[in-house]
Design a protein around this ligand. Structure first.
Ligand SMILES: Cc1cc2nc3c(=O)[nH]c(=O)nc-3n(C[C@H](O)[C@H](O)[C@H](O)COP(=O)(O)OP(=O)(O)OC[C@H]3O[C@@H](n4cnc5c(N)ncnc54)[C@H](O)[C@@H]3O)c2cc1C
Length: 338
């Protein structure tokens, strides 16, 4: 069913922005085709909205068709060689799905616990946290090409996963609508506990390190660090961690000792955007109108309740200009600005 002038702010976690000119709830593939056909007949564009946790809607809203992805369903295959394939529809809540895999005793997604959003968006952004990326477990992603009305199953290697990146973000893949994704999970996998926060959590509590305890640890660590979405709007990490040359990083370390860098390859390192914003820019805790830089995490821009998209984008631009001016490094938004 089509709705018009639907407010979008409360359908996103940042809670800014205007209305959708046209709004369709997507429960199945036929709904996708109807919504796309409507957009085409009316000569307007479309975008898919999942949980809205990586999206900033502009104050003018979206003049085309918003497809709110609500396709539901999860299916677990029989075990084969110690692995189970879990298939989830795009509109499933990501964290509810992760919880289900853990209840089934399956290893692979536990470190990605408590990330907001939907299953369908997870491969697009190649979500990652605590030492893993969703691409580590993805078997395939099924997506509908609305132009040809055909569905294609992309094997993991065809998804061209990268750091917060995939084929679905390229010019060629951008119009595809993810319908479902399959994850290859292990019955007896290895737990990834190398991240400092995880090590600290378990050493302080002297708890046995097991699958469900990892999920609890990640959930606790994240809730201590990130805003409570019930009270504060945010889209999580606003910027990607920039990749720079090792020589550039060495030069920066002379001017700003203690720069947080992680190796990428022989020539490049990833530098922490949070570190740049905090230590180079001094932006942590800064407020401007209803928008600010979260006091506990410099990469997280927040809406304290009255913020607008214009204020948010203006603050983001100031941070980008400041970091660029001081270091020559260009911060790039991780969030999708619509
Ligand atoms: C508090 C907080 C913490 C976060 N922590 C992390 C983290 O640790 N790691 C991490 O990687 N991310 C993190 N994020 C970002 C976000 O949760 C993820 O990117 C998530 O996968 C977005 O899912 P969504 O359904 O909300 O996507 P949306 O914001 O609804 O959409 C994001 C993009 O994907 C497109 N899209 C969504 N669904 C589909 C579909 N079915 N088909 C085609 N296109 C689609 C949209 O058009 C949009 O371009 C965090 C966000 C918040 C608010």
């Amino acid at each position: 069913m089509i709705n018009e002038f639907v407010p979008l702010a409360d359908l996103t976690t940042m809670r800014v922005g205007g209305t959708a000119r046209y709004f369709f709830i997507i429960k199945n593939e036929a709904d996708v085709i109807s919504a796309y056909s409507f957009a085409k007949e009316n000569g307007t564009s479309f975008f898919v909205l999942g949980g809205g946790s990586n999206t900033v809607i502009s104050d003018d809203g979206f003049a085309g068709v918003v497809m709110k992805m609500e396709m539901k369903g999860v299916h677990f295959s029989d075990e084969h060689d110690g692995a189970v394939i879990a298939v989830a529809e795009a509109g499933e809540n990501w964290d509810t799905f992760v919880a289900m895999t853990i209840e089934h005793g399956l290893y692979g997604l536990e470190n990605l616990s408590a990330i907001p959003g939907t299953v369908g968006a997870a491969p697009i952004q190649n979500i990652g946290a605590y030492g893993i990326e969703v691409s580590d477990t993805i078997a395939w992603v099924e997506a509908l090409d609305p132009v040809t009305m055909s569905t294609h199953r992309f094997r993991a290697r065809e998804c061209h996963f990268g750091y917060r990146d995939s084929f679905f973000k390229t010019d060629e893949g951008r119009e595809l609508i993810v319908l479902r994704a399959a994850f290859s999970l292990k019955r007896n996998g290895d737990l990834r506990i190398g991240h400092d926060d995880i090590k600290k959590y378990f050493s302080e509590r002297k708890l046995p390190i097991e699958l469900s305890a990892i999920r609890q640890a990640i959930t606790d660590i994240r809730s201590a660090k990130l805003p409570d979405l019930r009270n504060i709007g945010t889209a999580g990490s606003f910027f990607k961690n920039p990749v720079i040359s090792r020589s550039k990083a060495d030069e920066l370390c002379v001017r700003y000792p203690g720069a947080l860098c992680f190796p990428v390859d022989d020539k490049n390192v990833k530098i922490s955007a949070a570190w740049l914003i905090d230590h180079v820019g001094g932006w942590k805790g800064y407020h401007e109108g209803g928008i600010g830089v979260y006091e506990k995490h410099a990469l997280v821009l927040v809406n304290y309740g009255t913020g607008t998209a214009a204020e948010l984008i203006s603050l983001a631009e100031k941070i980008i200009a400041d970091v660029k001016n001081k270091t020559g490094i260009a911060l790039v938004p991780e969030v999708c600005i619509v």
